[in-house]
Design a protein around this ligand. Structure first.
Ligand code: FAD
Length: 398
């Protein structure tokens, strides 16, 4: 932290897609020295969360990684779509940073952000770096917090979990199917990650699937209009201060996507179990209500999905519990600002619902409606414009 300036106009925390896009647009508006724009990231290298994705996630199996503003992935690199995204995307982001002269201080963690004088006044950020150097404080007029979700895997609690003798892990910690050879693996979750894990594990392991609600296959195909409608719904939620909701609860599994097409090849999804034993999961009282069913998403008139039957005994022996239950936004460093609504969300407004309403010097690209590479990318432009307008408002003209 030694070379960090002690003050700047705009502090950007997190250099994934959202932070890079915001930094790019701020640079274009003349924020080109560190007393105007300071970039911080906790990771040791470029790539945001992409440097940690599991090796079998490639550009072929991702939804789509959107280009950063001004210089696309395929302009920057010869892309081999079969290479892990954990290599390709960090390489792209690294080249992007160098091309645009974006100097990122890393690995540096922003531990907390305060605003002692209240909305409209300076922020104070406390930063630490590995190695035990004393924390540094940076004063900033505006903060862009683009900290993503990767570091906050959502790991639900089920009674008995602490007594389970098998292995428990989350998609966050998943490496490769081979590590599960011969094991009985229960994958939990209703989204794309769960489907990808099951498909991959099926060749080496005995795989089962459970989810809190039925896989939500939609009648519609995924089109740009479908994507826009999803974003509009999430925007509406965050404008009311509601939590944005999980990715799959917002997008469902639109017909025609790889995930929906794969469904008919997977084991039928069982309802969520009620407790965990030493070597098993247990359903209590719902076995009778569940019924057998496999849907055929290819051309079927109805895309209703019936639950798979839970074992008649109400018990299923397993060795591994794999949570594919998504991620929450990483916002712990903002806790001192007391932004949470009673519903657990944050009230957002602005052009792309990236701005914290009561606190206009703070922007959260990558949160809620902009939590995708395309959303984060678009948010960057709005963030830069709104920050510039904000700084003009709070700085008296000479
Ligand atoms: P990140 O890429 O997570 O970057 C945040 C950065 O902030 C990280 O480098 C982190 O170290 C840093 N940071 C966090 N907290 C601090 C702190 N306190 N101090 C300093 N630095 C900090 N979206 C798509 O559009 N297409 C896809 O195909 C796709 N696939 C996905 C697959 C998986 C498995 C997951 C989990 C998500 C996927 N997403 C996908 C969503 C994806 O996370 C976003 O699209 C996007 O990459 C997130 O960018 P971001 O900049 O918001 O966050």
């Amino acid at each position: 932290t030694a070379e960090l300036p002690d003050r700047t106009q705009v502090l950007v925390i997190g250099m994934g897609q959202a932070g890079l896009s915001a930094a790019h647009h701020l640079r274009r508006r003349g924020f080109d020295t560190e007393d105007r724009l300071l970039l911080i990231d906790e990771n040791p290298g470029p790539g945001g969360a992409w440097q940690h994705r599991w090796p079998s996630l490639t550009l072929e199996t991702t939804n789509r990684v959107s280009d950063l503003p001004g210089w696309g992935l395929r302009e920057a690199l010869d892309v081999d779509a079969a290479v892990p995204a954990a290599l390709t995307v960090p390489r792209y982001y690294g080249r992007y940073e160098r091309r645009y002269g974006l100097r990122v201080h890393r690995p540096v963690t922003v531990e907390r952000v305060t605003q002692p004088g209240g909305p409209g006044t300076d922020f104070l950020a406390t930063l630490t770096a590995p190695g035990g150097a004393a924390p540094a404080t940076v004063r900033a007029q505006a903060v862009v917090s683009a900290t993503g979700t990767w570091d906050r895997p959502r790991r639900p609690y089920v009674p008995g979990l602490e007594g389970f003798h098998g292995r428990v892990l989350h998609s966050h910690d998943y490496t490769r199917a081979e590590d599960f050879r011969g094991a009985r693996v229960l994958v939990i979750g209703g989204g794309i990650s769960a489907i990808q894990h099951i498909e991959e594990l099926a060749s080496v392991a005995e795989v089962y699937w459970a989810a809190r609600s039925r896989p939500d296959i939609r009648e519609e195909e995924f089109t740009p209009e479908y994507g826009q409608a999803v974003i509009a719904r999430v925007e509406e939620r965050v404008r009311k201060g509601l939590p944005p909701g999980s990715v799959v609860s917002n997008t469902g599994l639109p017909r025609g996507t790889a995930a929906a097409a794969t469904l008919c090849t997977l084991p039928a999804c069982m309802p969520m179990f009620d407790r965990v034993g030493q070597n098993e999961v247990v359903w209590t009282g719902i076995a009778d209500a569940a019924h057998v069913g496999r849907q055929d998403p290819r051309g079927a008139e109805t895309v209703a999905y019936d639950w798979g039957r839970v074992p008649a005994s109400g018990r299923l022996g397993i060795d591994v519990l794999l949570w594919a239950t998504g991620f929450l936004h990483r916002l712990d460093h903002l806790a001192p600002l007391d932004l949470r609504t009673p519903e657990g969300g944050i009230v957002m407004d602005g052009r792309r619902a990236t701005r914290v309403a009561a606190n206009h010097g703070l922007q959260l690209p990558g949160y809620g409606p902009s939590a995708s590479t395309i959303g984060a990318n678009r948010a960057g432009r709005a963030v830069a414009r709104e920050i510039e307008e904000y700084l003009e408002r709070i700085t008296p003209s000479q």
